[in-house]
Design a protein around this ligand. Structure first.
Ligand code: DAH
Length: 337
């Protein structure tokens, strides 16, 4: 019996030593199998009881069972200890260092065309104009016919076109077709500005792109005169280029206006006060009014069409129109506000 007890104690001591050395869940599991498993040392020991004399068995069994319980309790504590340790380690390892500087978000900005379009349309909105948009894929009927540019008319040479489905469906060459579309669908008074993309079959250079924007303007009512056109455009020029600006009208030809003008500005702030053309305009041609269903003896109106890129080029000192749509961030980033 004494020998049995000594053996059990030695077994327990060894087991506890090894348990302390088990530093991972896998090691703990192996330890459990070795000592407490179905074929483990303690179970084997209990089985060995039958080899003892009958009277020695109860005490030996009790000693063995106690050792087993102690080992089970110790294993439970060790398991908790290991779990705590791994949690502490994880917290240490995964700690977020909030003192690290963050990654700055990439900040976008408005395209220079958008900036200038908003400035232009914003000005006219404050004068009571509505902003409307029209189709970029347009019909010959609106792009030309309704603007008094019949097929075969030499004025068509002013607008080299890109066709989608010739001869009737094309990319609009200007925003002027919206004059007819607006008049067809509303009665006077009309005051609209039409920003939008236009397309031309064009040899590109520093001042010509095959895709560009225009802003069309149209005002039709009873009693509108050239003086209204001049006052409106002069106010617009002052708004965009400052109060020192001078303005000039010269005769020009566009089939859909009569008389037609080009409108130039001059300011000491730009190119030493040289005259710079910024748009075409005129009094809406009576034939254009009539085709759209307005009575030309009752209504008159003016129209204008400008290239916002050209205005932005003057205002911001941009030398090449191709920069606008070349997607070069070095250019675009200069307009971040
Ligand atoms: N549509 C003309 C162009 O693209 C510009 C223009 C000129 C528009 C005179 C007008 C206007 O409304 O009255 O060249």
């Amino acid at each position: 019996m004494e020998e049995w007890r000594t053996n059990v104690e030695a077994l327990q001591a060894r087991a506890l030593d090894e348990l302390r050395a088990a530093s991972e869940p896998e090691a703990l599991e192996r330890w459990r199998v070795t000592y407490l498993g179905r074929r483990g040392a303690l179970t084997e020991a209990l089985r060995g009881l039958s080899a003892l004399p009958v009277e020695a068995r109860p005490a030996a069994g009790q000693a063995t069972n106690e050792a087993k319980r102690r080992l089970e309790a110790a294993a439970g504590r060790r398991e908790v200890e290991l779990r705590d340790q791994s949690l502490t380690r994880a917290i240490d390892d995964e700690r977020l260092d909030v003192s690290l500087p963050g990654r700055p978000p990439v900040r976008g900005g408005l395209h220079p065309t958008t900036i200038i379009l908003r400035e232009i349309t914003g000005f006219f909105q404050r004068l009571g104009y509505q902003v409307v948009e029209g189709p970029e894929v347009e019909l010959d009927h609106y792009n030309f016919e309704m603007l008094n540019i019949p097929a075969g008319h030499p004025a068509r040479d002013m607008f080299d076109t890109l066709y989608v489905a010739p001869p009737e469906v094309l990319m609009r060459t200007h925003t002027s077709p919206m004059q007819a579309r607006v008049m067809e669908s509303t009665r006077p008074p009309v005051r609209v500005v039409v920003p939008g993309r236009c397309y031309r079959y064009e040899a590109q250079d520093a001042t010509h792109e095959w895709m560009f924007y225009q802003v069309e303007g149209l005002a039709v009512d009873e009693g509108i005169t050239m003086a209204d056109l001049k006052g409106t455009l002069a106010a617009f020029a002052r708004h965009v280029f400052g109060s020192r600006v001078k303005t000039r009208f010269r005769c020009d030809y566009f089939p859909f206006v009569e008389p037609g003008v080009d409108f130039s500005i001059s300011t000491p702030d730009l190119r030493d006060g040289a005259w710079l053309e910024i748009l075409g305009a005129g009094m809406v041609h009576p034939r254009v009014l009539r085709m759209a269903g307005y009575e030309p003896d009752r209504y008159t109106g003016f129209a204008f069409g400008m290239g916002p890129e050209r205005i932005a080029m003057l205002k911001y000192g941009i030398s090449d129109i191709r920069l606008f749509y070349g997607n070069d961030l070095r250019f675009l980033e200069q307009f971040l506000s």
